[in-house]
Design a protein around this ligand. Structure first.
Ligand code: TYD
Length: 281
């Protein structure tokens, strides 16, 4: 007897049930039937949205009103790209430009960031006002707890769905910032051992004084308690010593467009090692 769902075989259930109710069915099962794959994917995007209530997750919407549009381009096992570097390097701008470009190319992109807007991320943001309210150890634990939830609820499911995940800061930031705060960098790395290793970590490099200048003049913000120049010099020094095969360094003092072109070139090379599936409508 094949396994049944509400008295129907899986295929009967998929074919006869409205798309909006088809939760928990894998993309593989759905792409076997005649359903418009873009719709299928939107369904899974909604599932992602529901997992962690953080405002910063953005998934590209496949346009269901436009049937001529191709379905998403999926990466088998996903592609995990993180942007790293000191404050004021333009990480968020570059992340946004990359996400937009990948979406145009048809990839299913999840843009996210750490600290998140989840419960631990909100506690972390309180430290930006007064870092003295937590000990070094407590500060580290908050970043790890925030990452743990982020990885479980957003990053791993999105990669399993074949998305490109682009994340603004990840564990190399913890090594650099909590290392600059006096914690042992090897100890910090060990605390992050269980989290997925990114396919690509782009470290944007800039002189700390220029980073502070950008925060003040371009964002019109006052540097927070993590962003004073002496601290950023220590953070930059730790970033500069990191050696992992997945790290690429880019000079962020160059123009936005030039940096973007360099980012694209390294992402293309990383994608070349992945298996891509184009899902057609
Ligand atoms: P930032 O990227 O500036 O976030 P936002 O634009 O939302 O303010 O990151 C906030 C600060 O958090 C930044 O100064 C670096 C710090 N940080 C750590 O100290 N450790 C970490 O693990 C992470 C992810 C960030």
């Amino acid at each position: 007897m094949p396994k049944t769902i509400f008295g129907k075989t899986k295929n009967e259930y998929i074919n006869e049930t409205p798309r909006s109710k088809l939760r928990g069915i894998s993309t593989k099962d759905l792409s076997n039937n005649n359903a418009a794959s873009s719709e299928v994917f939107t369904l899974r995007e909604n599932k992602l949205y529901n997992r962690m209530s953080t405002k910063n997750i953005q998934v590209n919407n496949i346009d269901e009103q436009n049937p001529s549009r191709k379905g998403p381009v999926l990466v088998v096992g996903g592609l995990f790209i993180v942007f790293e570097g000191i404050d004021g390097t333009g990480k968020s701008t570059q992340l946004h430009l990359l996400a937009e470009k990948l979406q145009q190319l048809g990839y299913a992109v999840v843009s996210t960031r750490e600290p998140t807007d989840g419960p631990f991320g909100q506690k972390i943001r309180e430290l930006f006002v007064d870092r003295g309210v937590a000990s070094q150890e407590e500060e580290l634990e908050l970043f790890i707890a925030d990452r743990d939830q982020h990885v479980q609820e957003v990053i791993v499911p999105a990669l399993a769905d074949g998305c490109v995940v682009v994340c603004d800061r990840y564990y190399l930031s913890t090594v650099a910032y909590q290392g600059a705060n006096g914690m042992d960098t090897e100890f910090i790395m060990k605390k992050n051992n269980d989290f997925p290793v990114p396919d690509l970590a782009i470290i944007l490099e800039i002189e700390p004084a220029q980073g502070i200048h950008r925060i003040q003049n371009q964002r019109n913000e006052n540097p927070n308690t993590f962003e004073n120049e002496a601290n950023l010099r220590k953070v930059a020094a730790i970033f500069s010593l990191m050696q992992h095969p997945y790290i690429t360094r880019i000079d962020a003092a160059d123009s936005v467009e030039n940096v973007h072109q360099q980012v694209l070139s390294v992402v293309e090379k990383t994608l070349a090692h992945k298996t891509i599936q184009t899902v057609r409508n």
